[in-house]
Ligand binder design. Structure first.
Ligand code: HEC
Length: 119
């Protein structure tokens, strides 16, 4: 019996992913990227999250989870934080704080983009 427990434990550790990997998956699964960007660099009025202080990010997420927001803009975050566990927040903020995605090889070509001019 003990042997089997050991085998199961070993297997589950072997499968365990890093907090960074788990956080990255959550960031995609929960749709965070749709507002904060694939590279967590923010979009329009949605703040950049990459490489920001982990303590601050988790402080904010926990407040949103408790339905505390300081302004109407922040209200948007509440539905996205309600079902986050402490562990989810730990993983997400580890991912965001350590964010180090390879920025080479952009997936899209922006050479057709018009810069300014309103055309
Ligand atoms: C519908 C768009 C939207 C989605 C989806 C979204 N957010 Fe946000 N997020 C916001 C807005 C809006 C704010 C508040 C910006 C402000 O304070 O002006 C915010 C703020 C935050 C902050 C605090 C940053 C700061 O500078 O105060 C964190 C951390 C955060 N979001 C993480 C996440 C995570 C993690 C997810 C996915 C679980 C997520 N967000 C999904 C829109 C979104």
């Amino acid at each position: 019996m003990r042997f089997f427990l050991l085998v199961i434990l070993t297997l589950s550790f072997a499968h365990a992913k890093s907090a960074y990997e788990n956080g990255k998956n959550l960031y995609m699964q929960k749709g965070c990227y749709s507002c904060h960007g694939i590279k967590a660099d923010g979009m329009n009025t949605y703040p950049m999250l990459a490489n920001r202080a982990k303590g601050f990010l988790s402080y904010k997420l926990k407040r949103f989870r408790e339905k505390i927001s300081e302004n109407q803009q922040q209200e948007l975050m509440i539905p996205f934080s309600l079902d986050l566990s402490d562990e989810d927040i730990e993983n997400l903020t580890t991912f965001l704080y350590e964010f180090k995605e390879n920025n080479e090889g952009e997936k899209y070509d922006d050479s057709f983009r018009h810069w300014g001019g309103g055309s």
